[in-house]
Design a protein around this ligand. Structure first.
Ligand code: ARE
Ligand code: CA
Length: 576
C-alpha cells in the first residue's frame, strides 16, 4: 500500500456537515492501490460501545489518487472515527489522528473527532442555484433597445468589436429579448457590470449607486428585474470591489487634494503626488491607471462596499452577485460581505470570479460558487483542441470535485467561455460537433451549466475584445439547429432531477471515451461521450435496459453500447 498517499483531515472538504444531522467524510489513497475503505465511528462520549462500520464509496480519481466518501449520522452529532484501509493485495492498515497503524488496538484514544455539528455552521446550499442554467450577457453587445441613450460614437450593430468601441446595447434591449432567454430555457441572467463607468465593459466603476446612462435608468433596472422575475428568471449583477474607476469620487478626491484627501487611505498609494500618468498606486493587473485597487482592510471602504452589496439586493431585488477579481480581495471582507448580503436576502447567491483552485473561498462562509474556469480549461483542451486525453480530462475534473463539498460541486458555474476568453467555437476551430459534445457534457455533468450569450446560435470570436461581438438576431444568420440542440439540453436537464442533484460516478475514462453516471436515489443516468473519430464500443457499467433521453427510444443493451464518432449518449437506466 502506498502509505504516503493516504490523507484525511478532520475539516472541509475531508470532513464537513452534509446537513445538521449528518457528517460527510472523505479519505484519499493512491489510485494504484484499488483500496477498499471502511469508516468506523461512534459517539465521542461512548467509551465502551462498539464502533459502527460503514463502507466508503469511490468518489473520484486521477492518475495519482483515489478519493472515497461516505455520510455518517449519529443522534448527538458528535463523532469519534477512524478508517480501515485494505489494498488489492489484502494489506490492511488503520488510520487515526496519530497516523497509520498496522493493528487495530486501542482505537478509542486517538480516533479522529468531529466534536459537534453546530446548526449555524451547516452550509446552506441553494436549491434554486443548483436548478439554474446561467445565461451571461455583456450589455453593450446584446441588444440596443433605446437608441436615445446611445453613447457618442456608437457604431453600427455587428461591426468588429475593439477594446474601446461601443454599440449602444442597453437594459431595455435585454428586457425586450428576454423571450430568447426564456425560450432557450435559461433562468439565471448574469450581467457584466452596468454601473456608471466610462468604458464599454464598465469594470472601472465611477458610481456604484447608479446605472450607466448609456444602459438606461434605475427604472429600467427595476423593469428588467421585475420582468425577469415574472418569467422565472433570476438576476445576478457584477460587483467590482477589488478596484474602482479612477473617476470614482474617492480617487478623484485624492487626485485633487493629494496628501490632504480624507480618502488617501482608501487605496494603496506608493507616494505623492499621485498621478494617473505614472500610476504610482496599486491597480488591477499591472499599471491600469483607470483601475486603482481599494484598500479593503480600511473599515470605511468595507462599510461603503458592503452597503453597495446590500442596496442592490434589498432595494432592486437582484438575486445575487458575481464578484470580480474575487481572489485578490481579503477573505475577511468576503466573510462580512456574505453576512450582509444574506441578511438582505437569505436566498441571494454569491459567486466568485476566481480562475483557479478556490477551496479557501468555498468552505461555506464566503462564496456559494465560482465561475469554474478549471472546468472550462479542461473542456477546451479535451473537446475543442484535443490536446489532452480522456484520462487526463477526467483526472482534472476529479481533483477539482475532491476539493469542494458536494453541495458546492452542484453549484459550480460550469462555463465553456466568457467575455474574458476566446469563444468555445473559435477554440474548436469552428467545428460545431466539438461544441455540441462539450455542451452536452456541460449539461449532463454535475454543476450549473452556463451559456455565454451567442454561443447557442453559433457565434465565434477570438480573445477579448473579439469574443464580445454584437448578438446576432437575424434568424437567417443564426444557427437555429444548434439553438434547438441547446434547448433540448436544457429541457432534458430540467426534466431529470438526477442531472441536478445526483451524485457523479465516473464509469470510464480512456481512449477518447468518457462515461459517468448521475445517481439520485434509485435513478441513474448514464452519459457516454466519444471524443474521437472512431466508432467505439463501451462494455463497462452497461445496464440492460435504457431510455435514450434525446430520442425517447427504449434500448435493450446486451452488455455493451456503441457510440458513433464525436457523439454522446444520455441514457436513463430502466434495468441495471
Ligand atoms: C485588458 C486587456 C486584456 C488583459 C487585461 C489585463 O484587454 O487582454 O488580459 O487588460 O492586463 C476589464 C475588461 C478587460 C480589460 C481589463 C483591464 O473587461 O477587457 O482587459 O478590464 O482594463 C485575470 C484576473 C481576472 C480578470 C482577468 C481579465 O484574475 O479576475 O485577468 N477578470 C475580470 C473581469 C474582466 C475585467 C476585470 C477583471 C477587471 O472578468 O472582464 O477586465 O475588472 C490567466 C490568469 C488569470 C487571468 C487571465 C487573464 O488565465 O490565470 O488570473 O485573469 O489569464 O485573462
Ligand atoms: Ca442604446
Amino acid at each position: 500500500m502506498n502509505r504516503h498517499a493516504i490523507l484525511h483531515i478532520p475539516d472541509t472538504p475531508y470532513a464537513y456537515p452534509s446537513g445538521k444531522d449528518s457528517l460527510t467524510l472523505r479519505l484519499r489513497a493512491a489510485s494504484g492501490d484499488k483500496a477498499e475503505v471502511i469508516v468506523k465511528y461512534k459517539d465521542r462520549y461512548d467509551w465502551t460501545g462498539k464502533f459502527r462500520e460503514q463502507p466508503m464509496e469511490h468518489f473520484a480519481s486521477n492518475s495519482l489518487f483515489e478519493w472515497f466518501e461516505c455520510k455518517v449520522s449519529l443522534p448527538r452529532n458528535r463523532y469519534r472515527y477512524y478508517f480501515e484501509i485494505r489494498d488489492h493485495r489484502g494489506v490492511k492498515l488503520w488510520l487515526d489522528e496519530r497516523g497509520l497503524k498496522s493493528d487495530e488496538e486501542n482505537m478509542e484514544a486517538a480516533a479522529f473527532q468531529y466534536a459537534y455539528i453546530g446548526e449555524s455552521d451547516v452550509y446552506r446550499e441553494s436549491d434554486w442555484l443548483q436548478e439554474s442554467v446561467v445565461y451571461q450577457v455583456f450589455p453593450d453587445r446584446f441588444e440596443n433597445g433605446n437608441s436615445e441613450n446611445d453613447p457618442e460614437g456608437t457604431l453600427k450593430w455587428g461591426m468588429k468589436p475593439t477594446a474601446k468601441n461601443m454599440f449602444g446595447g442597453d437594459l431595455k434591449g435585454i428586457t425586450e429579448r428576454l423571450d430568447h432567454i426564456r425560450e432557450l430555457g435559461a433562468d439565471l441572467l448574469y450581467l457584466t457590470p452596468i454601473f456608471s463607468s466610462s468604458s464599454n465593459h464598465k469594470y472601472n466603476t465611477m458610481d456604484y449607486y447608479s446605472v450607466d446612462k448609456s444602459f438606461g435608468s434605475m427604472d429600467d433596472v427595476r423593469e428588467l428585474v421585475e420582468k425577469c422575475h415574472n418569467l422565472g428568471i433570476r438576476v445576478v449583477f457584477d460587483a467590482v470591489f477589488n478596484h474602482s474607476g479612477s473617476d470614482f469620487f474617492a480617487f478623484r478626491d485624492i487626485l485633487e487634494n493629494q496628501r490632504d484627501s480624507k480618502y488617501a487611505n482608501w487605496y494603496h498609494l506608493d507616494g505623492f503626488p499621485v498621478t494617473t500618468g505614472k500610476t504610482n498606486y496599486y491597480t488591477f493587473a499591472d499599471s491600469i491607471p483607470s483601475m486603482p485597487k481599494f484598500n479593503i482592510s480600511n473599515p470605511e471602504v468595507r462599510e461603503y462596499l458592503i452597503e453597495v452589496g446590500k442596496f442592490w439586493v434589498r432595494e432592486m431585488g437582484i438575486d445575487g452577485w458575481r464578484l470580480d477579481v474575487c481572489d485578490e480581495v481579503d477573505h475577511s471582507f468576503w466573510k462580512d460581505f456574505r453576512k450582509a448580503v444574506k441578511s438582505a436576502n437569505p436566498d441571494a447567491v454569491i459567486i466568485g470570479e476566481i480562475m483557479h483552485e478556490a477551496s479557501s473561498f468555498l468552505k461555506g462562509d464566503e462564496l456559494d460558487s465560482i465561475m469554474n474556469y478549471p472546468f472550462k480549461g479542461a473542456c477546451v483542451d479535451f473537446f475543442a483542441k484535443r490536446s489532452i486525453d480522456a484520462e487526463m480530462f477526467s483526472g482534472i475534473l476529479a481533483s477539482s470535485r475532491a476539493m469542494y463539498m458536494d453541495q458546492i460541486n452542484r453549484q459550480m458555474w460550469n462555463l465553456l467561455g466568457s467575455h474574458d476568453t476566446k469563444r468555445f467555437l473559435t477554440e474548436a476551430s469552428e467545428d460545431k460537433n466539438r461544441l455540441r459534445l462539450a455542451a452536452a457534457f456541460q449539461f449532463l455533468y454535475i454543476g450549473v451549466p452556463y451559456i455565454y450569450y451567442g454561443d447557442e446560435i453559433g457565434m465565434a470570436g477570438g480573445k477579448d475584445p473579439l469574443c464580445r461581438g454584437c448578438m446576432v438576431w437575424d434568424e437567417e444568420k443564426q444557427d437555429r439547429e444548434l439553438l434547438g440542440f441547446f434547448r433540448s439540453l436544457i429541457r432534458i436537464r430540467k426534466e431529470n432531477p438526477a442531472l441536478i442533484r445526483g451524485d457523479l460516478r465516473i464509469e470510464f475514462g480512456k481512449g477518447g471515451i468518457v462515461a459517468f453516471s448521475r445517481i439520485y436515489g434509485n435513478d441513474r443516468i448514464l452519459a457516454v461521450f466519444n471524443n474521437s473519430d472512431l466508432k467505439k464500443r463501451l462494455r463497462k457499467g452497461i445496464p440492460s435496459k435504457v431510455i435514450n433521453l434525446f430520442t425517447g427510444d427504449t434500448m435493450e443493451l446486451k452488455g455493451s453500447v456503441v457510440i458513433e464518432p464525436m457523439s454522446f449518449l444520455a441514457l436513463k437506466v430502466m434495468e441495471d
